[in-house]
Every structure is written in C-alpha cells, then in structure tokens.
Design a binder for this molecule. Structure first.
Ligand code: GLN
Length: 538
C-alpha cells in the first residue's frame, strides 16, 4: 500500500439518512481550505447503479454533472459550491462502479485463478478509489459514505475505511460520524440513545469515531455531551453540536468553526493550525440573510416541484443571483401540468420565470404556456436545457407559423422537428453516461445579452442532453425574432438563444446552475435575477 503525504477524513452517518452529511463534509472542507490546505472531496454510494445518471428524480433528486461530464450525486454540488473543490470522475463511486471494475478484471483473468471475494477484492477496489484522491498537491482528502451505519450494503465500504486506518497509520486518518439527536415532543427531551447505538455499530466494525457531530433541532445540554462522550467513546471536546441553521445552509461552516471543529481536526491529524479566513464567506452570508433590496418573485416551472432535491442546483444558483443583486428571493415552484389547459393564474405577479431541464413529454405543454406567458408579458425569462428547447418550440409554433413544431423527443414523427436528436446520438442505445456531457466551449455574439452577462465572448459550460436546435429551422426562427447568440466554436450547435425585443429573455442548452457558487454566482443567474429585480420596480 503506497504511503501518501495526503491525510484522509472519512465521514459516515448514523441513525437516519438525509442528515446533511454532504453539507457538513463540504463545510469542513471549506474551513480547511480557508486555513490554507488544499482539499479534495469524494462520495461513496453503496447502491448498485453504476452512477445516478439513469435514476429518477423521485429516487435520487438532481443528477449533478462535473466538468469532465460525470453524472454524479447531488452532494458533489455542495462540495463544489461550499469548498470550491473541482470534482471529477474519481469523486463519486457507487457499489455498482466498484463491482463492475472487479467483475471486468475477473473476466480478463486478472485475479490469476483466485476466488474473487467481497473481502479482499471489493474492499481493495474501494480503497483504491479512496486513495485515487491523493494526487500531488492535495493535503487532505475527504470521503463521505452515503447511507447509514448498519446498512448491509454499506458494510464493505466501512470495512475498507477501517482498513485504510491501519494501512495509512492512525495519525493520517480521521473518522467523523454524523448522527441525529431526536427531540421527543411528548416527553420534551433530546435522546442520545440512537447515537450510542450507531456508534456501537461502527465499533463492531472496528471504527471508533474521532469526532461525533450531532444534528439537532435544539441545543444539547451538558448531560447530553457527557453521555455521548462516554457511551460513544469519543473525547468530550470532540462531541460537536450541529444545530439546524436558521436562515441559510451557508451558515453551517460558521457554526462548525465556532465550535472549533477545524482546530480539532488539524490537531488530531498533526497539521499546523494556520489562520482561518472566513471574512468573504461571512460577508456573503450577511448579504444572503439581510438583503437591502426588494423581494423578487421567481417562478420555477417544472414537474417535480414537491421534491426539494430535484432542482437543487437551480435553487442554489438562484439564491446566488439574489446575493449578487442584494435582493430577497421568493421562489414559487409551479407544476407545469397545472398550466395545461391555459390556466396560468400561478404565473401572475412573477418578476421572473425559469424553465429548468427535464426529460420526457409529461408537463411540456405547461412549460410552453409558461414560455409564452413570459414572452408576451415581457417578464424576464431564463430557459435551461429543456427550457431552451421549449423556448424554441414556442417561437416556432406561435411566431414562425409552424403550429406542428415539436421536439423529436416528444413526437418522433412530427412534421417540424425544430429540436432533434444530435447527430452523434443517433446510434446510441445504452442509457448510462451516453448523453452529451460535461464542459463544452461556446462563443457569444457581440452585443448580445449573454455576452454582456458573461463579460466575455468565449465561455465554457456543462451540458447534459441528447437533443439540440435543428439548424434547418435556424433562418425561420431568427426571422421570428429569436437570436442564436451562443454557438459552438464550429458554429454548428446553438447553445444560447435570446430575444432582443424582450426585456430579458435568454435560454441556454447548457446548465449554468452547476458552475454557480455563492461567492462567484453564475453570470446568467446573476443577470436573470438582476433583470427580475428591475421588473419589481418598473
Ligand atoms: N430532454 C432533453 C434532451 O435530452 C433536455 C435535457 C435536459 O434538460 N437536461 O436534450
């Protein structure tokens, strides 16, 4: 086993899922970075899909796409937004990805006649995945394990992390366990027992957490800290309270810093305690929490509005646009199917309308209603991926005299496929990882709204789609007022359309939400929220 200068932090969860492990891990990464360390982050997901790219938003929430085009868990979005780390194909491993590598090697004869087993072959593959983060220049690698301690499918992952503690030496590895302290309203008390049991599950595997972080609705008392310390076998000063934050998830790192989690980690890993610089982060939070500008009402028209996680990066990027413009945002989630049959009441009173990405025909006609509403009433509009495709179809149907216009995704035989399958997608049969994925360059037209938003004529943004603007209709659509203001460098692919006759109407084939961070909002979101803020006062 190679020895690395890099130190490792392993974050596991206990009691229940959805505790905010990703946000906690990302917050820790931010604190370590702001103390001068270079940090990388990774998520291990014990389910069997090779990646979340083929999973429904109902199952998994948003699929987050990295620069290199890997379809990943949405926690990687937190990693990039909080800690500014750059994720790639080594940043998310599922059990499916681990097993398929082992099984492929077995078929190639790579195990030389041995019996291939979960231990050591699967666990070795997991260890290799974790160690792949230790590239030159990285001081600290943080690995988060999905699921909850005690999950059967998570066992090989926890075993691998235990072994790494042995392999690398305990001064190079730190275990953090994130757990829930439930509040029982009937007896009016906080309960530590589930956390004790969760620590005991880890102990059975051979992991004793160095730090216990306790998610709670209410402040822990002295008795809770001492109980948790004694029965989870964690030093008293390493029992940390992580109370629900009041206003913004971006407060979590500050809360953890107040409790000196970063100092504890560095001491334990025997790393020097450089100064912590959170000034810019804190300024950003105070703008987010107390904006001086007006309240801006943005409608997001999608088909998973009841699921908070389905449009995670969209909501985050909007909030970044709010911070940049110093305004409060009131986001209204609108089910696109509710707009079908022309009932558009929920669109009344909006200062901006956003149609995000999506797949499949359900809800499309409602999205088209939303685009038409925004266009006709001169309401700032941002269309993203499927949102661009809807904007193109809407113009074709209502302004270019092509009433049959559609995307061949929804109507394969339609007479005017203004959106059609990309050339290099035509022979694709497999669903996993086969779309046009990741960062592609785009050139912006001089004087366009897009160019003024980006302040540049050449950008790169992340993509995830199979269909595109059909160039056979470019002239007719341009004549109908739609300007193709962003093109691939060869001029072939339309990446951005906009309407000069409108207050602010921009749609892009890429996903600007994935590159937005609270300290560096994506230019399109900043400009869209800015236009919506102007709409409030006009
Ligand atoms: N379904 C459309 C396509 O595949 C849009 C994809 C998206 O919005 N991410 O092109």
């Amino acid at each position: 086993m190679p020895h690395h200068r890099c130190k490792f932090i392993f974050v596991t969860g206990g009691v229940v899922s959805s505790l905010g492990k990703g946000i906690t891990a990302a917050s820790i990464a931010l604190l370590l970075r702001q103390r001068g360390y270079s940090v990388t982050m990774q998520k291990l997901d014990p389910y069997l899909n090779i990646d979340p790219g083929t999973m429904s938003p109902y199952q998994h929430g948003e699929v987050y796409v990295t620069d290199d085009g890997t379809e990943t868990d949405l926690d990687l979005g937190h990693y990039e937004r909080f800690a500014g780390v750059s994720c790639n194909r080594n940043s998310n491993y599922t059990a499916g990805k681990i097993y398929s590598a082992v099984l492929a090697r077995e078929r190639e004869g790579g195990y030389l006649g041995k019996t291939v087993q979960v231990i050591p072959h699967i666990t070795d593959e997991i260890k290799k995945a974790v160690l792949s983060q230790a590239v030159d220049g990285i001081d600290i690698a943080i690995t988060e394990v999905g699921g909850t301690a005690g999950d059967i499918e998570g066992l090989p992952f926890l075993e691998a992390l235990r072994e790494l503690g042995q392999d690398l030496g305990r001064e190079n590895v730190l275990y953090i366990h994130l757990t829930l302290i439930p509040w029982l309203s009937a007896s009016r008390e906080l309960k530590t027992k589930p956390s004790q049991q969760s620590a005991s599950i880890l102990r059975n595997i051979g992991i004793i957490p160095d730090i216990l972080i306790c998610r709670t609705e209410r402040s822990l008392q002295e008795e809770h800290f001492s109980k948790l310390s004694m029965f989870c076998n964690v030093p008293l000063d390493a029992v940390i309270e992580e109370k629900d934050v009041e206003n913004s998830i971006y407060e979590v790192p500050v809360e953890l810093a107040d409790q000196k989690v970063d100092e504890l980690i560095l001491k334990r890993l025997k790393l020097p305690l450089n100064d912590l610089d959170l000034d810019a982060w804190k300024t950003m939070i105070s703008r987010a929490v107390n904006p001086s500008g007006p309240s801006v009402r943005i409608g997001v028209v999608g088909k998973y509005m009841g699921l908070r996680d389905a449009y995670k990066s969209i909501y985050e990027a909007l909030s970044h646009g709010g911070i940049a413009n110093d305004v409060a945002l009131e986001i209204r989630g609108i089910e696109s199917e509710d707009l079908e049959n022309g009932i558009t009441e929920t669109l009344e009173g909006l200062n901006g309308i956003l149609v995000p990405g999506g797949f499949g025909y359900r809800g499309i006609e409602g999205k088209l209603e939303a685009v038409q509403f925004a266009r006709e009433r001169n309401i700032p509009f941002l269309g993203i991926c499927l949102g661009l495709q809807c904007a193109v179809i809407e113009t074709a149907r209502h302004l270019a005299g092509l009433s049959e216009a559609n995307s061949s995704e929804f109507s394969p035989g339609c007479s005017h496929p203004v959106i059609h399958l990309m050339e290099d997608q035509k022979g694709v049969i497999n669903k996993g990882g086969t779309m046009r994925l990741g960062l592609y360059p785009c050139l912006l037209q001089d004087g366009s709204v897009a160019q003024s938003a980006y302040g540049s004529s050449s950008i790169s943004e992340r993509h995830r789609h199979r269909y595109e603007f059909n160039n056979d209709y470019r002239d007719r659509l341009q004549a109908a007022g739609l300007v193709c203001s962003g093109l691939s460098p060869d001029g072939d692919l339309v990446e951005i359309v906009e309407r000069p006759d409108h207050r602010w109407f921009v749609a892009c084939q890429f996903h600007p939400e994935f590159t937005s961070t609270p300290l560096k909002p994506n230019p399109l979101f900043r400009a869209f929220v800015g236009a919506a803020a102007k709409h409030v006062s006009e």
